[in-house]
Write a protein that binds this ligand. Structure first.
Ligand SMILES: Cc1cc2nc3c(=O)[nH]c(=O)nc-3n(C[C@H](O)[C@H](O)[C@H](O)COP(=O)(O)OP(=O)(O)OC[C@H]3O[C@@H](n4cnc5c(N)ncnc54)[C@H](O)[C@@H]3O)c2cc1C
Length: 355
C-alpha cells in the first residue's frame, strides 16, 4: 500500500484549507499528501460567514460582504456598523472549486475515499473527523437555512440581520438570521441554541415558512438552496497522539459562545504551515484560554436562563460594535473584555460561576 508524508482525514473546510495553505506556500513540492474524503462530489453545502478580523485566502469566494447589521428583540432594534471588520459570507461551492482546481495540479497530492486504502504507519496525520457521542447535557447550535428568490424586490442588501429574537422561544434560545444577497435574494436561517432533545424545534421548514410568510410578509418566493447543520458547543475530547493533530471542529476551532469556526480554521492552517518543518513537536494551537473560560460561564448562564438570553445578546451590542466584534472573534484586549462583561447582568453571571 502507498505511503504519504502527510495524511489529511476529511477534505472539508479544515482539511482543504490546510492542503491549500501548504500548497500555495510550496510545502508540498518535495512532500506527499493524501486527503481522505468519502464524498462523491463537491457541491455547495454550507455558507461560512464571519467578521473579517484577519486576512484569509478566500476573498474571491466571498458571495457578499456587509458593513451594517442589526439585532432585534420584540419591540426593539439596534442598527450597527461594521466598516472596520466587514461581515463576509463565503460560498462553500466556490471554496471547494478554487482549492480543488489548485491542488489537482500537484502530483504529490492524492485523494482516497477511505483510510484503509493507504498505509499511514509513517505518516503525519491531520484529522478533521470526530465522533461526537450524543450526551443529553451537551449544547448545540442547530439550524436550517434556505436561500430564497422573491418575485418583487424586498430586501435591503446593505444591511444583514444577525439575530432576530422576535419569534417563539419554546423555553430555549431561538432566533432568525437573514443575509440579503441582493434586493430579491436572501439566506434565511432558523437557529436554536439547545440540547437538541426537543424534537419540536426541528420542524425547521415550518418555522422558516411562517417567518417568511407571516413575519416578513413575503408572498411570492422560491427556495433555491437549503443547508442544515448542528455545531457542537462543547469541545471534542482531546487525546494526545503521536504524529497526529486534530483540525477543524474536531480540533476545537469552534468558538463555543457563537459557533464561529471558519476564521479559526484559517489561523490554525497558517500556524501549521508555518511550523510544518517541526510538526511532530509543535505546541497545540487553541482558542485563547480566556475565551474558553468566559464562554464556559456564558453557556452555563444560557443553560440555566434560556429566557434571559435574547436580552443578554441584545445588551452585549450596547457597547461599540467594534468591541463586540473583536470579542466574538477572539481579538479583544483586556479593556474590551471588561466593557463586554460590564454589559452582562452581574448577579446571573456570578451565580453561574458557582453552579
Ligand atoms: C451548515 C453549516 C453552516 C456553518 N456556517 C458557519 C458560519 O457561517 N461561520 C462559521 O464560522 N462556521 C460555520 N459553520 C461551522 C464550521 O465552520 C463548519 O462546520 C466547517 O465546515 C467545519 O470544518 P471541518 O473541516 O471541521 O468539518 P467539515 O467541513 O464538515 O469537514 C469534515 C469532512 O470530513 C469528511 N468525512 C466524514 N467522515 C469521514 C471519514 N470517516 N473519513 C474521512 N473523511 C470523512 C466529510 O465528508 C467532510 O468533508 C457551519 C457549519 C455548518 C454545518
Amino acid at each position: 500500500m502507498k505511503e504519504f508524508d502527510y495524511v489529511i482525514i476529511g477534505g472539508g473546510c479544515a482539511g482543504l484549507s490546510l492542503a491549500y495553505e501548504l500548497e500555495i506556500h510550496e510545502k508540498l513540492k518535495n512532500k506527499t499528501l493524501a486527503i481522505i474524503e468519502p464524498r462523491e462530489e463537491y457541491k455547495r453545502d454550507k455558507t461560512w460567514s464571519f467578521w473579517k478580523v484577519i486576512p484569509h485566502n478566500f476573498d474571491d469566494c466571498v458571495k457578499k460582504s456587509w458593513e451594517n447589521f442589526s439585532i432585534n428583540i420584540p419591540g426593539k432594534t439596534n442598527y450597527l456598523e461594521c466598516k472596520n471588520f466587514p461581515y463576509q459570507s463565503v460560498d462553500s461551492g466556490l471554496f471547494y472549486k478554487k482549492i480543488n482546481n489548485r491542488i489537482k495540479e500537484n502530483k504529490n497530492i492524492s485523494f482516497f475515499r477511505d483510510i484503509s486504502e493507504i498505509n499511514t504507519k509513517n505518516s503525519f496525520i491531520f484529522n478533521s473527523v470526530t465522533e461526537t457521542k450524543k450526551n443529553h447535557l451537551n449544547l448545540w447550535q442547530h439550524f436550517c437555512g434556505v436561500e430564497i428568490k422573491t418575485e418583487n424586490n424586498f430586501f435591503d442588501e446593505e444591511i444583514f440581520n444577525l439575530m432576530d429574537f422576535d419569534c417563539e422561544q419554546r423555553e430555549s434560545v431561538h432566533f432568525f438570521y437573514t443575509l440579503p444577497y441582493s434586493k430579491n435574494k436572501a439566506l434565511i436561517e432558523t437557529t436554536w441554541l439547545s440540547k437538541m432533545n426537543d424534537n419540536s424545534q426541528k420542524d425547521y421548514d415550518n418555522q422558516i415558512k411562517e417567518y417568511i410568510e407571516k413575519h416578513l410578509k413575503i408572498k411570492n418566493y422560491e427556495i433555491t438552496y437549503k443547508e442544515e447543520g448542528a455545531i457542537p458547543l462543547f469541545y471534542p475530547l482531546y487525546k494526545k497522539e503521536k504524529n497526529k493533530i486534530n483540525i477543524g471542529t474536531a480540533g476545537g476551532m469552534t468558538r463555543l459562545s457563537t459557533g464561529y469556526t471558519f476564521l479559526n480554521i484559517q489561523e490554525h492552517s497558517k500556524y501549521l504551515r508555518e511550523n510544518i518543518e517541526n510538526i511532530s513537536t509543535l505546541k497545540k494551537f487553541e482558542i485563547n484560554r480566556k475565551y474558553q473560560f468566559l464562554d464556559d460561564i456564558f453557556l452555563r448562564v444560557l443553560n440555566k436562563n434560556p429566557g434571559k438570553m435574547s436580552n443578554i445578546f441584545f445588551s452585549m451590542f450596547n457597547t461599540s460594535p467594534k468591541t463586540v466584534i473583536k470579542f466574538l472573534s477572539n481579538k479583544s484586549n483586556f479593556f474590551e473584555d471588561l466593557k463586554i462583561i460590564l454589559q452582562m447582568p452581574k448577579l446571573t453571571f456570578i451565580k453561574a460561576l458557582f453552579y
